[in-house]
Design a protein around this ligand. Structure first.
Ligand code: AP5
Length: 225
């Protein structure tokens, strides 16, 4: 199954993608995670992306597109993938379409996570991530077993620099200006499905699995697992 998760910052795309990736045995491809990992490794890409990310701006299309193209050519993506945070501009969407056409692997669905502003704000301001392995937590919704400590690797939890109050507004503005045109773009193509990002993780996951079943997408996907 080939999915795109579209929606504002804090909609829960990354969290739901992790669950779906396990359920469907297909990789979760998050450009945000890949860029943060590049930053942790202080690679040239990470250093170039840093300034854009911390200011809540988009990293230039050329850099992100190259990253995704390389990732989709890896063997594990042959049986499907969940794109989270990509595409994010009309140019990225056009290049993705073109690449998938060339590979003869069209997208199955674009899931648009419609999410209300109070939910977005609560999720972003309460999010904490592990400074070492990047695992995601929330001060209220997904608390670590020990306050401030990562369950997975025991390192300290930190706030993402772009989750600070002053940057959240900037990210939402960038999302509204640069990414919302994709709702119309995929709506016209006929593969967009609106879901509620306000739902808790499990009820939304149940809805999505029912949707996949109804669309006949589960047969191939479960054969992968
Ligand atoms: P990225 O990491 O993609 O950030 P984002 O799109 O702003 O998305 P978020 O990670 O903030 O939110 P999410 O929807 O994944 O929510 P999550 O599941 O984590 O990008 C970061 C930056 O990288 C960009 O600003 C840009 O600079 C750059 N970048 C990335 N991709 C790019 C691209 N294609 N082009 C150019 N630049 C790019 O959840 C948030 C919190 O809520 C968590 O704490 C979680 O535990 C909690 N939570 C999640 N779901 C639920 C739920 N259902 N119920 C209760 N709590 C929940």
């Amino acid at each position: 199954m080939r999915l795109v998760l579209l929606g504002p910052p804090g909609a829960g795309k990354g969290t739901q993608a992790q669950v779906l990736s396990k359920d469907l045995s297909i990789p979760h491809v998050s450009t945000g995670d890949m860029l943060r990992e590049a930053l942790r490794q202080t690679s040239p890409l990470g250093l170039e992306a840093k300034g854009y990310m911390e200011k809540g701006k988009l990293v230039p299309d050329t850099l992100v597109i190259a990253l995704v193209k390389e990732r989709l050519l890896k063997e594990d993506a042959a049986k499907g993938f969940i794109l989270d945070g990509f595409p994010r501009t009309p140019e990225q969407a056009r290049v993705l379409d073109h690449t998938l056409e060339e590979l003869k692997i069209p997208l199955d669905l674009v899931l648009y996570f419609e999410t209300s502003l109070p939910v977005i704000t609560r999720r972003l301001s309460g999010r904490r991530i592990c400074g070492k392995c990047g695992k995601n937590f929330h001060l209220v919704n997904f608390k670590p077993k020990v306050d401030g400590v990562c369950d997975a690797c025991g390192s300290a939890l930190v706030q993402r620099p772009d989750d600070r109050e002053e940057t959240i507004g900037k990210r939402l503005k960038v999302y509204n200006e640069e990414t919302t045109p994709l709702i119309d773009y995929y709506g016209k193509k006929g593969n967009l499905v609106r879901v509620s990002g306000d739902l808790e993780v499990r009820p939304l996951n149940t809805q999505l699995m029912e949707l996949f079943k109804k669309k006949g997408l589960l047969r191939g996907a479960l054969a992968n697992s």
